[in-house]
Design a protein around this ligand. Sequence first.
Ligand code: DSN
Length: 414
Amino acid sequence: MKNIKKQDPQVYKAIQGELKRQQEGMELIASENYVSEAVLEALGSVFTNKYSEGYPGHRYYAGQKYTDQVENLAIERAKKLFGAEHVNVQPLSGAPANMIAYSAVLKPGDTVLGMDLSHGGHLTHGHPVTLSAKIYKFIRYKTDTSGKIDYRELEKMARKYKPKLILAGFSAYTRQLDYKKFQDIAKKIGAITMFDIAHIAGLIAGKALPNPVPYFDIVTTTTHKTLRGPRGGMILCKKEFAKAIDKAAFPGFQGGPHENNIAAKAVAFGEALKPAFKIYARQILKNAKVLEQELRKYEFKLMFGGTDNHMVLVDVFGSKGVSGKEAEVVLDEIGITLNKNMIPDDPRGPMDPSGIRIGVPAITTRGMKEKETKMIAKWIKEAIENRMDKKMLKKIHQEVIRLCKKFPIYRNLY
Ligand code: DSN
């Protein structure tokens, strides 16, 4: 950082502030993680200078020897990780990846069956405020009272609305999906299947969850959540969709790919192929299970009946009379960062919903295990139940910082 420090002290100060915040804070936002220093180095590399519209071997500009090398490495490693027939590593993030996938197989006005946002789905799966909903007609399915997807109802909806695409995937749903059921229902009505695995990609890559790639025509993901890579997106698909996906990404939707991100994706995929990543993925599931059990013990109401993945969704309003926003603010005061979240058919609004979402991928990267997860659950309970007691909040905050210091990150980074 010696150059930034000298040239631009304001930006330098912000970077140092963010570094300290990450080092001393307990990161429980389910979609966040800490990349390795090698990933950071690739992100900050000279690849950021290069334009490389097109694909390896077929670019529009000259000088592509090394961009081709690095993009091919990312593609080959992703194929190996997920057993995919075709991979496009150029999507800039998750939302563009989904738009690219839609535009590859749909025409404006076509119908898509996707999961309702408040039931764990995602904005880009057709929420009315998004561009996708203005172009395509989204019908939304929900979970049943047990928290599972009612596949009979899903089939009924599929038969009734005859969607061209059936979409699986979520950002706050905590249970395992039945991949085969999606495939069977789609087959019956001749629909294409797509799964946005952004949240669980690392759990799949680390073989802690079953791989959906063989069951779905198209799989989209981000690379920066459980997969622990740089901020970015990726599309995996069956060979028959390869051309359409590639054309939809470039020139259809994006311009020059961000090769520094692609280099960092290659590094992260290389890490995910190592045996240690399997241990990491399994530990995420163990930590999430402990979090579920502890929060239940403290009489928090868990949505969807618990968790099979890396996060829990808690109805804090229903269980403790505190809104999601209030809980988010009070936990932030003790150095625990997480996000307020809608619960299924939430009677409250999205800016102050009933729930909070808690995820363990980042704390697991720090090396925290069941014991530390129990401590975190206890602090969450104590802070929420004693939210007016500033002295107590301060005391817990000190304990949070102490624990974070015992599990350091980026010790010798800058
Ligand atoms: N923002 C991401 C999340 O938190 O789930 C997904 O868009």
